[in-house]
Design a protein around this ligand. Structure first.
Ligand code: AMP
Length: 541
């Protein structure tokens, strides 16, 4: 017998419809690419998104077509997502921090017909345009008067002019499994792979994160996604926040600590989300200038492991709750959140912080297990480590164009490429990416844990650990450290600092100091580059 409830498709434009009607008081404040602050609300976003659908339809965009965006987090980019998705086309975000050739490759692989971009990316677009095989139309996210002078195969159109000339177009009607967004993974090895979100997966992800173990946002909250919309769906904020009626503060191109701080204070931000590198910079800025965050209540840290010292500083010094979260582009992207739940919610501060270093428990809709290399499940005892596999309605079942087939098995599990343990309470700890694992005498050493602990030393700005060849143990850990300006701690002091915090045989065999730790385009430590740089490193005998 089948249920008798309505078949109401889970499509993302229903989110903005809801917000426009019932969350009229929420504000959307953006730092524009031109520099000024721009203010709007969900109602106006919806009207303009529907005009954009009309403008795109006039230029030949049809259901299923990809429309690429090369843009910072602003109200216009938000309108693009809804306007493109609401006509059944696919928003395809591009990361401007990648190399131009890589961006061109991604646009071609995605097959975008239209490229929409911020005026500040005009030189980059000029450079890649001759290589773009499918793009027929270029739209600059600017007013007609701000249109940059540029040489393109087709004359660029100003976004504001296109919208001004259009009438609102009704949302298209289609099934909830219609493709909605396309985002390529960071791909530190090989070509990046496309993750094709559906309307259903995006709507479910917004619901899933809204009811996750951390109550993230209410209508009274003001959220700042520092994480860009071109990285893993901006962690779902563009869908979850209008759904919950939360105000949004969008930082545009200014992601430096003074700009982020000023925006948080002037707009009363209560919740912010970003990768650890962003928070390292902000915390240093607060410390150097004797500043406090007067409105921020919660900070969502993900994309890489949150160091212990960062958790302690936010919570103990500034009274800001840390929610450590793990996820992937492939899972829309949130997978776990770390919130101390009963019986762990009454732990004393030191133990609470140690728990918060774990990546947390899955949100509803994420099934999770760890296995050995032959696929046998490993125990959830906090000690056994294995390949982390996941399943759920907002998780990829295949990459775009069938890339990376080996990551999927017959039972629908996706191999994340992460190595992790799961404890008896269900809290998951990432110990490494599988390709970064250090195997010493056949046993795994967690580079992530050593890094996050080393960053607790007052002289350390950032730390990375890689495995280097060793004649007896096969590999041993090398600690690579960027010191804070004016700090001069030595190797022995750092190794002493780690002793007692990690097993003796995990102690790095050597420490090297560098000016800066290299990062990928999505803010992760670039271990491939470090391994290349230290390929010939000789450990002390
Ligand atoms: P991306 O798809 O670019 O967001 O990268 C996803 C990968 O980032 C994951 O597979 C992890 O290796 C890593 N990652 C994300 N969040 C965390 C976290 N909280 N701790 C450790 N690694 C993380």
């Amino acid at each position: 017998m089948r249920g008798l409830m309505q078949d109401w498709p889970l499509v993302v434009h229903k989110i903005i419809d809801h917000a426009a009607l019932y969350h009229k008081g929420a504000k959307i404040v953006s730092r524009s690419v031109e520099g000024s602050l721009h203010r709007t609300g969900y109602e106006e976003i919806r009207v303009r998104a529907r005009k954009l659908s009309a403008a795109l339809a006039r230029r030949g965009v049809k259901r299923g077509d990809r429309v690429a965006t090369l843009a910072w987090n602003t109200w216009r980019h938000l309108e693009c997502w809804y306007g493109i998705a609401g006509m059944g086309a696919v928003y395809h975000t591009l990361n401007p921090r990648l190399f131009p050739d890589q961006i061109a490759w991604i646009v071609n692989d995605g097959g975008a017909k239209v490229l929409m971009f911020d005026a500040c990316f005009a030189p980059l677009v000029e450079q890649i345009a001759p290589k773009l095989r499918h793009v027929e139309c270029y739209i600059v996210l600017s007013a007609a008067g701000d249109l940059p002078k540029m040489k393109l195969p087709k004359k660029p159109i100003a976004y504001e002019a296109a919208i001004a000339a259009a009438r609102e177009r009704e949302w298209d009607r289609f099934d909830e499994n219609q493709a909605c967004g396309l985002c390529y993974t960071s791909g530190t090895t090989g070509n990046p792979k496309g993750v094709l979100y559906s309307h259903r997966s995006n709507v479910l992800h917004a619901l899933i994160t809204a009811v996750g173990p951390a109550v993230l946002a209410r209508p009274s909250d003001v959220m700042l996604p520092v994480v860009p919309m071109f990285h893993a769906n901006a962690w779902g904020a563009p869908f979850m926040m209008p759904m919950t009626g939360t105000s949004l503060v969008l930082p545009g191109p200014r992601l430096d600590p003074p700009s982020i701080y000023a925006l948080m204070e002037s707009e009363g931000v209560t919740l912010a989300a970003g990768v650890p590198t962003v928070w390292l910079g902000l915390l240093r800025y607060l410390e150097e200038n004797g500043l406090k965050l007067t409105t921020l209540k919660k900070v969502l840290i993900g994309g890489a492991a949150a160091p212990l010292a960062m958790i302690e500083t936010f919570e103990d010094r500034y009274g800001i709750e840390v929610i450590h979260s793990w996820g992937m582009t492939e899972m829309s992207p949130v997978g776990t959140m770390c919130v101390p739940k009963p019986p762990l919610d009454t732990l004393p501060p030191a133990e609470r912080h140690a728990l918060q270093m774990k990546q947390g428990t899955p949100v509803f809709g994420v099934e999770m297990k760890i296995t050995d290399d032959s696929g046998r499940e490993r125990p959830r005892d906090g000690a056994s480590v294995g390949r982390l596999k996941i399943r759920g309605p907002a998780i990829v079942k295949a990459y775009f164009k069938g890339a990376g087939k080996s990551a999927f098995d017959k039972e629908g599990w996706f191999d994340t490429g992460d190595v992790a343990s799961i404890d008896a309470h269900g809290y998951m700890t990432i110990t490494d990416r599988s390709k970064d694992v250090i195997k010493s005498g056949g046993e795994w050493i967690s580079s992530v844990l050593i890094e996050t602990l080393a960053m607790g030393h007052p002289s350390v700005a950032e730390a990375a650990v890689i495995g280097v060849a060793h004649p007896r143990w096969n590999e041993r850990p090398l600690l690579i450290v960027a010191r804070k300006p004016g700090c001069g701690c030595g190797a022995a002091e750092l190794l002493d600092f780690l002793s007692g915090k990690i097993a003796k045989w995990w102690r790095p065999d050597a420490v090297v100091f560098v000016d800066e730790i290299p990062h990928s385009a999505t803010g992760k430590i670039l271990k491939t580059e470090l391994r290349r740089r230290f390929a010939d490193f000789r450990l002390p005998a």
